[in-house]
Design a binder for this molecule. Structure first.
Ligand code: FEO
Length: 396
């Protein structure tokens, strides 16, 4: 991709990574991603905001052909996908000074071996004058890591939002064209990157609320020319109220747990509760993360391996705990052959979520009529909790 204008004097640079399928050796990327950098040219000085993942360095330098001087290299975030080429840019532009938060500076030095003498820290609200254009730095910690900030360009009303409002989505267009197409990757991105810091993100949205933004320029995915689309979605996703939804990550070895999940799904549906199910033998874990953005209840379905939960369930429970979703209620269902401690184990793995436990159903062997009745009782219990929380209308 060539350099692409956003406004007169402000352009997108960077790379579209069509083929990447895994981020941080953890997060599936079904739609690829992009690494967005931005060039801001004032009458007196030029700034580059962020860089690219190092494998795309040559692409960035091709886009910088003809740029004589970079005065400021703004590092909104120290992670390698944005700061990984900072060192190479500093080598090519020896006059450039890195601007970043005080927390970011040692991270750039320790993780990327950037010369500390080339880095200047900026305070929250500090500005630099480029000549007819001003960059204002707004500290927004934990829009992924603790050192993050965003950069505001008031003359063009552009917000360079770092990972906030991003999406792992490779596309040929610069801007969002089809909001319906972008919504799911943006939600998945929020779930995986932002959800653990939901309460802070709520505050950040308020901090940014006074600005009339014309374009949100995130560090991944397409740019938002209608900021309300993504800001309203973030308000919804970060809200404290969950939906009338049960997320069921599950796996089955000899079909008993699968039968139980099927029965519980139908029982919940009969009671007016939506269900999203994720077979952990094959599911993309990002889809589970997305469901956890909204779900009021998490029910984990597991067979017993030796005496513990299935390893895929252990992984999913650990991840759910780390993502800190807003779910309020939880349960465990499943089966065992001779003995089990899976319920205690799973409850311990998700204890950070402080879920209110609704009667687990662990059965010996394949389910019988009494076991299906216990699952009906569990569905009743979940319905009562949802009703008490105001999520499910009273049937009368
Ligand atoms: Fe896109 Fe947290 O780096």
């Amino acid at each position: 991709m060539k350099r692409r204008p956003i406004t007169q004097g402000v352009s997108w640079l960077g790379a579209v990574d069509w083929g990447r399928r895994l981020f941080d050796a953890l997060i599936p990327l079904p739609d690829g991603t992009s690494y967005n950098a931005y060039l801001v040219e004032g009458a007196a000085k030029t700034a580059l905001i962020d860089t690219v993942d190092p494998p795309f360095e040559a692409e960035l330098f091709a886009q910088l052909d003809g740029v004589e001087r970079i005065d400021y290299l703004v590092a909104n975030h120290a992670e390698q996908d944005h700061a990984g080429s900072v060192g190479a840019v500093l080598d090519r532009f020896p006059e450039a000074v890195v601007l970043c938060t005080p927390k970011c500076k040692p991270m750039l030095v320790d993780e990327l071996h950037i010369d500390a003498g080339r880095v200047r820290t900026v305070k929250d609200g500090e500005t630099v004058d480029l000549g007819g254009r001003t960059l204002e730095f707004i500290h927004l910690p934990w829009v992924h890591w603790p050192e993050t900030m965003v950069t505001w360009l008031p003359e063009d009303t552009l917000l360079f939002s770092c990972d906030l409002f991003g999406s792992h989505l490779a596309q040929s267009e610069l801007f969002v064209q089809d909001e319906g197409r972008v919504y799911e990757p943006a939600k998945r991105y929020y779930a995986e990157i932002m959800m653990p810091f939901r309460k802070l993100i709520q505050k950040h949205l308020e901090k940014l609320a006074g600005r009339e933004v014309s374009v949100i320029c995130p560090s991944h995915g397409p740019l938002h020319r209608r900021p309300a689309f993504i800001v309203d979605a973030y308000r919804d996703w970060t809200s404290d109220t969950p939906r009338n939804l049960v997320a069921i990550p599950w796996i089955s070895m000899h079909d008993s747990t699968r039968q139980m999940v099927d029965h519980l799904t139908a029982a919940l549906a009969e009671r007016g509760i939506a269900v999203e199910r994720f077979d952990l033998a094959q599911t993309d874990i990002g889809r589970l993360a997305e469901a956890l953005v909204d779900a009021a209840t998490l029910v984990i379905g597991t067979p017993t391996v030796m005496t513990g939960a299935h390893p895929n369930v252990v992984y999913a429970a650990y991840l759910a705990n780390a993502l800190r979703p807003k779910a309020r209620f939880g349960s465990v269902i499943g089966s065992y052959g001779w003995a089990t401690r899976a319920v205690d184990q799973v409850a311990d793995l998700v204890k950070g979520l402080k879920l209110e436990l609704v009667a687990p159903v662990m059965i010996k062997g394949a389910p019988r009529a009494a076991d299906f009745a216990a699952l009906d009782a569990l569905a009743d219990g979940i319905a009562a909790k949802h009703r008490d929380a105001g999520l499910l209308p009273d049937p009368k």
